[in-house]
Design a protein around this ligand. Structure first.
Ligand SMILES: [Zn+2]
Length: 232
């Protein structure tokens, strides 16, 4: 998979070999960490993209809604579970702090983004480089800073080539949504709705922007590959 690939929920779960339920998954089943983001207007968390698509600021998660905590949005985001173990917030926070204290390498995190119901985008692999707590609406929330990684975990494992520069920028969610609507969720060349990808019309490596819908289009895998051959 390449960053910018548009996939179904099922394909995402197949890729990670697990039914993804939670937004934050530290060392999912003992493997890579995975986070799910969503910047749709009704999404519960305010994740954001900075620095031309290299940086993702991801918001931590609220306490679960229970009888004791009926309104999670008025309670500090928890670092520990009632039993004393670390929550997902706590696990990611600890990993970021240990990295800052030079006690460990950065945690690699696979990031998927929900485009709309059942439709997801693979955003690539990020490194967790910082974490902090902020006061928002009279409560504490966690913020995690992630930077898009040059290398892919799977490439590293297989000792393969690095991902190409074109994919070294993340397309902001609002741009993805605008392009999805404009191109009606289809390949602009053939109208296919399968194996779609957000394509930079002018590649990032040649000065094209990730930040404007005018430079992004939807292509199917076949037309994405034939375009690559043309560019060489
Ligand atoms: Zn096509």
């Amino acid at each position: 998979m390449k960053p910018g690939d548009i996939i179904s929920y099922l394909e995402m779960c197949t890729q990670e070999r697990v039914n993804l339920q939670r937004g934050m998954n530290f060392h999912l089943r003992g493997r890579n960490s995975v986070i799910l983001m969503s910047l749709r207007p009704n999404s519960p968390y305010s994740d954001r993209v900075e620095e031309d698509g290299r940086i993702l600021i991801y918001e931590g998660h609220d306490v679960s809604k229970t009888v004791d905590t009926p309104i999670p949005k008025i309670i500090d985001q928890p670092i520990k579970n009632p039993g004393g173990t670390l929550t997902q917030n706590g696990l990611f926070f600890k990993a970021a702090k240990e990295y800052l204290e030079k006690k460990r390498e950065p945690e690699f995190v696979i990031v998927y983004e929900k485009l709309r119901a059942g439709i997801w985008v693979y955003n690539g692999i990020f490194k967790l480089i910082d974490a902090w707590q902020e006061n928002t609406n009279n409560r504490k929330v966690f913020k995690f800073k992630l930077i898009l990684s040059e290398e892919s975990i799977r490439d590293k494992q297989k000792q393969q080539r690095k991902t190409d520069l074109e994919h070294n920028r993340m397309i902001p969610p609002e741009v993805k949504l605008a392009v999805w609507k404009r191109d009606k969720g289809r390949c602009v060349k053939c109208g296919s709705t399968n194996n779609l990808h957000f394509d930079h019309i002018i590649p990032f490596s040649k000065g094209g922007s990730s930040l404007v819908a005018d430079n992004i289009q939807i292509l199917c895998a076949r037309h994405n590959i034939s375009k690559r051959d043309e560019i060489g």
